[in-house]
Design a protein around this ligand. Structure first.
Ligand code: HEM
Ligand code: HEM
Length: 393
C-alpha cells in the first residue's frame, strides 16, 4: 500500500524513513571521520573528497526531508502499540519530533557553514553551493559549525535511543513496532492516538536548549573574525598606517583569497629620483586561507613550523608617473626566487598610497609537490598588496 493507515506505514513513508536513516547514519560517520582526521598536506585531498560527499549526502537528506514532511502532513499516523504506557509513548514520540527537526537543523547549519566559509570542498551537482543572504564570514561559519556540532550530538543521542527503543520492541516486547516500519505489516488497534502537544513541546524545548546553548554558553571563545588589520609600523622613511597583503589561488576550480595579518615593510623612497628600496618581512604563522588555513600552514605548503617568516627584498624604480617596479627576491619556505612587483605609487602631501601585485608559481618554491597538476590546487598565485604610508620627518 502506498499510504499509511492508523495501523501501518505505507510504502512512501517507509521509503522516506529508511533512505533518510541510511543517509543520516552515513553522514554522521563521514562527519566524525572528517573531524578526527589530522589536517596536513597529505590528507587535504582525502578530506576534500570526504567533505564533498558529506555535504552532498546532507543536501540529499534536506531534499528528502522536505518531501517527507509534505507527505506526512497528508497522511494518517499509525497509533502507538501501547498507548497505556504513557511515559514510553511520550518519550518515543518526543524522539520522533526531535529527529524530524534534526533532518532540517543539521543540513541547514551545514549549508550555512559552507556558504559562510571560503573555499574547500564543494557540494556536488545538482545542489546549489550557497544559501542566499549568507555573507562570507569566519565568525558566522564558526557559530554555524558549533550549532552543527551540538545538533549532531543531539541527533546521535536521539538516534541511539530510537534504535534502542526499536530493538526493545522487537526483542523484549516482541510486538509489531519494528515490523510495521520494516515491511509495512499492520499492528496496533486503530483506536486512540494520544495528543501530540506535550511531545512536540518537549522536542521544541530540546532544540531551543541545544541551539541556544550552541550560540551562547557552549560557543568556543576562539570564534573571532579573521584578523586583517595591520598595526602602525615604524619604518625608516615611511610609516605604514594601514594595508593588506593578500593572495588568490585557484582551488578545485574556484578562486580562494587569503592573506597575512602580520607583516612589516621597511620602505626607503626618494620622491625626486623615483628610486628606493623595500624590505618586507612576513610572519607566515599569521596566514589565513579560509577553511584550508591549517593545510596551507602545513608541511606541504607554507610549512610555518619550520619557516615562520618570508622576506621580499627589492629595489624600487619609477617606470612612468605613478607606475613603479620593485625588482628583487622573495624567500619563502627556504627558497629564494627572483620576483618583480609592479605597483602604482601616489604621494600626496606626505602620504603614499601603494597598490600593486605580482604573479608567482607555487612550483618555483616547491610548494604542493604532492599536487603535480592543477586539479586540486592551481600553480599560479596572484599576490596583491595595498598600503598607505606617511613620511617621517
Ligand atoms: C543529515 C545531515 C548531516 C549530518 C548528520 C551531519 C553531521 C556532521 C557531523 C557529525 C560532523 C562532525 C562534527 C563537526 O565537526 O561538527 C559534521 C561536520 C561538518 N559538516 Fe555536517 N552533517 C550533515 C549535513 C551537512 C551539510 C548539508 C553540510 C554542508 C552543505 C555539512 C557541512 C559540514 C561541515 C563543513 C563540517 C565540518 C565542521 C567543522 O569543521 O567545524 N554537513 N557534520
Ligand atoms: C537503523 C536505525 C533505525 C531503526 C531500527 C528505526 C526504527 C523505527 C521504527 C520501528 C519506527 C516506527 C515507530 C512506531 O511506529 O512507533 C520508526 C519511526 C521513526 N523513525 Fe526510525 N529508525 C531508525 C533510524 C532513524 C533515523 C536515523 C531517523 C532520523 C534521523 C529516524 C526517524 C524516525 C521518525 C521521524 C519516525 C516516526 C515515523 C514517521 O513519521 O516517519 N529513524 N523508526
Amino acid at each position: 500500500m502506498i499510504s499509511n493507515t492508523t495501523a501501518s506505514y505505507g510504502r512512501v513513508s517507509r521509503f522516506f524513513h529508511w533512505s533518510i536513516a541510511l543517509l543520516v547514519l552515513a553522514d554522521i560517520a563521514l562527519g566524525l571521520i572528517g573531524k578526527f582526521t589530522p589536517r596536513s598536506g597529505d590528507t587535504v585531498g582525502f578530506l576534500q573528497l570526504l567533505y564533498s560527499a558529506h555535504k552532498t549526502i546532507g543536501m540529499t537528506v534536506l531534499a528528502l526531508a522536505m518531501l517527507r514532511v509534505i507527505w506526512a502532513i497528508s497522511q494518517q499516523r499509525p497509533v502507538p502499540l501501547h498507548p497505556e504506557r504513557r511515559l514510553e509513548t511520550f518519550a518515543a514520540e518526543t524522539a520522533h519530533w526531535v529527529l524530524y527537526a534534526a533532518i532540517f537543523v543539521l543540513p541547514l547549519s551545514g549549508w550555512v557553514i559552507h556558504s559562510a566559509e571560503v573555499g574547500f570542498a564543494p557540494i556536488w551537482w545538482p545542489f546549489p553551493q550557497s544559501l542566499p543572504f549568507i555573507p562570507k564570514s569566519e565568525r558566522l561559519a564558526g557559530a554555524a559549525a558549533n550549532v552543527h556540532w551540538i545538533a549532531g550530538i543531539v541527533l546521535a543521542a536521539m538516534v541511539a535511543a530510537h534504535i534502542g527503543g526499536a530493538v526493545k520492541h522487537a526483542l523484549i516486547d516482541r510486538d509489531g513496532t519494528l515490523a510495521r516500519m520494516w515491511n509495512g505489516r499492520a499492528a496496533g488497534k486503530a483506536a486512540t492516538h494520544p495528543g501530540k502537544g506535550a511531545s512536540v513541546f518537549a522536542a521544541i524545548g530540546i532544540w531551543t536548549f541545544a541551539i541556544g546553548g550552541a550560540l551562547t554558553v557552549f560557543a568556543p571563545a576562539h570564534i573571532v573574525e579573521g584578523a586583517s588589520h595591520l598595526p602602525a609600523q615604524q619604518t625608516e622613511g615611511w610609516v605604514v598606517q594601514e594595508g593588506s597583503l593578500s593572495f588568490t589561488i585557484t582551488q578545485m576550480g574556484a578562486e580562494v583569497t587569503g592573506g597575512f595579518a602580520n607583516w612589516q615593510a621597511d620602505i626607503d623612497y626618494d620622491e625626486v629620483t623615483g628610486t628606493g628600496t623595500v624590505k618586507t618581512v612576513i610572519d607566515t604563522t599569521s596566514l589565513t586561507l579560509g577553511s584550508v588555513t591549517d593545510q596551507a600552514k602545513g608541511p606541504e605548503f607554507f610549512d610555518v613550523a619550520v619557516h615562520d617568516t618570508a622576506v621580499f627584498q627589492g629595489d624600487i624604480v619609477q617606470i612612468d608617473g605613478p607606475t613603479h617596479r620593485a625588482s628583487g627576491s622573495l624567500t619563502l619556505v627556504g627558497q629564494r626566487v627572483p620576483v618583480t612587483l609592479d605597483f602604482d605609487l601616489e604621494v600626496t602631501g606626505g602620504t603614499a598610497t601603494v597598490f600593486g601585485g605580482t604573479g608567482l608559481d607555487r612550483r618555483d618554491f616547491g610548494m604542493g609537490a604532492a599536487y603535480p597538476d592543477e586539479s586540486s590546487v592551481g600553480f599560479s598565485v596572484e599576490v596583491q598588496i595595498e598600503l598607505v604610508a606617511t613620511k617621517t620627518e
